[in-house]
Write a protein of this length. Structure first.
Length: 94
């Protein structure tokens, strides 16, 4: 079975041009990528799911109304000095 999964975080990004293309770098992108990888690594059925950092989830909680939501903790490589990151797993599959 195929389907999308993704990680979501927020924060400042740096915009720059590389090889005539606009690129962005920043911690939020790094965390989001690590969250996405964590879904694939830890979930038997990762499709149609997202991991959202807890602070961002609290800001956007009403946006996820009606979707299955589960509190989870993940250790993300090179993030938070190896401590668990609190996040919410959101399932977009009905």
């Amino acid at each position: 079975m195929s389907g999308i999964n993704f990680g979501i975080d927020h924060g400042s990004l740096i915009r720059f041009i590389m090889n005539d293309k606009i690129e962005f770098v920043g911690r939020a992108i790094n965390v989001a990528c690590r969250l996405q990888s964590s879904i694939k690594d830890k979930d038997k059925s990762p499709q149609y799911k997202a991991l959202v950092t807890k602070p961002l989830y609290q800001d956007l909680r009403s946006s996820f109304k009606g979707l299955k939501q589960t509190k989870v903790r993940r250790r993300l490589r090179n993030i938070a000095e190896g401590k668990e990151v609190h996040c919410m797993k959101i399932s977009f599959e009905t």
